[in-house]
Design a protein around this ligand. Structure first.
Ligand code: C2E
Ligand code: CA
Ligand code: CA
Ligand code: CA
Length: 275
């Protein structure tokens, strides 16, 4: 009976089915979530490690589901990508982020994460330019965060998208640096203004002499090429010192602040201008 039970699990794995059902539910509900006003954008400060001032905020989407509670983007962004809902969702996120940024002082910008599928959708660049125009936001205040997965296939569409927007002043940051494929080729071919060193190099169990040397090397290369280096996932003052010492000019992480609603982001900015 034991053996039979085991072989059965390879055909019918209850936890796998639960996962599928959950995905299916998320897919259906995601389409309605925007209309039902269940989604919101939170903002996490990116801080100048020299002056301690906020230079920008990263827009991070949150879904407050009436039954499931708060869903993390890692749970629904992949579903949104697989189903194509990400295009609508992404345009909505960019519009919200641009609107919030337009309320901030002019030297503070906003960073928005882009999925590869969003870029390949027809009229992708136009969607972003429309969001900027509607919010009356200077394109130079928008930074798009992309990861190396963007370049895996269809580099032609990607190149056209990046060129069209960077011609108008939109900036690009290479996100999660160090977790994907070799990215030096992309850095050479595309006009990134920032490299975001993945948080696995900054905090957590794998941080040590090796990760420190990697950050140092990335920072030296990036600085030479005129890019700024952001350390993600900073949780302690020791990590602030370590990444600053390694050559990072910007930092982001729970040590400074979690992602907060737009009114709190505005308060953080007002507070630091009073000091
Ligand atoms: P990401 O772009 O690498 O975003 C940073 C993630 O690290 C965020 O998680 C943030 O809350 C978390 N984080 C920030 N500081 C710390 C820290 O000090 N320690 C730790 N342990 N974590 C920290 P979040 O908001 O759950 O987002 C997860 C991922 O979901 C993002 O990773 C991004 O890939 C994706 N995502 C989030 N919002 C959007 C969006 O609007 N559009 C798209 N396409 N993807 C998004
Ligand atoms: Ca990001
Ligand atoms: Ca990241
Ligand atoms: Ca990430």
């Amino acid at each position: 009976a034991k053996v039979a039970g085991r072989s059965q699990t390879s055909f019918f794995n209850p936890s796998m089915t639960r996962e599928l059902v959950r995905r299916r539910e998320i897919e259906d509900e995601l389409r309605l979530a925007i209309m039902r006003d269940e989604l919101s954008i939170f903002f996490q400060p990116i801080v100048d490690l020299g002056t301690g001032k906020i230079r920008s905020f990263e827009a991070l989407v949150r879904w407050f589901h009436p039954e499931k509670g708060e869903l993390r983007p890692d749970e629904f962004i992949p579903v949104a990508e697989e189903t194509g809902v990400i295009v609508t969702l992404g345009n909505w996120i960019t519009a919200q982020a641009a609107r919030a940024c337009a309320q901030w002082p002019e030297d503070v910008s906003v960073a928005v994460n882009l999925s590869p599928l969003q870029i390949r959708a027809p009229g992708a660049a136009l969607g972003i330019l429309n969001a900027l125009r509607e919010a009356k936001l200077d394109p130079r205040r928008l930074e798009l965060e992309v990861t190396e997965t963007l370049f895996v296939d269809d580099t032609h569409a990607t190149a056209a998208f990046i060129e069209e927007l960077s011609d108008r002043g939109v900036r690009f940051a290479l996100d999660d640096f160090g977790t994907g494929y070799s990215s030096l080729g992309y850095i050479n071919s595309f006009p990134f203004s920032k490299i975001k060193v993945d948080r696995s190099f900054v905090s957590g169990p794998n941080v040590g002499k090796k990760s420190d040397a990697i950050i140092r090397a990335v920072a030296e290369m990036g600085t030479t090429l005129g890019m700024e280096i952001v350390a993600e996932g900073i949780e302690t003052i020791e990590q602030v010192r370590a990444v600053r010492e390694a050559g990072c000019t910007l930092g982001q992480g729970y040590y400074f602040s979690r992602a907060v609603p737009d009114y709190l982001a505005a308060m953080l900015l007002a507070q630091e201008r009073d000091d």
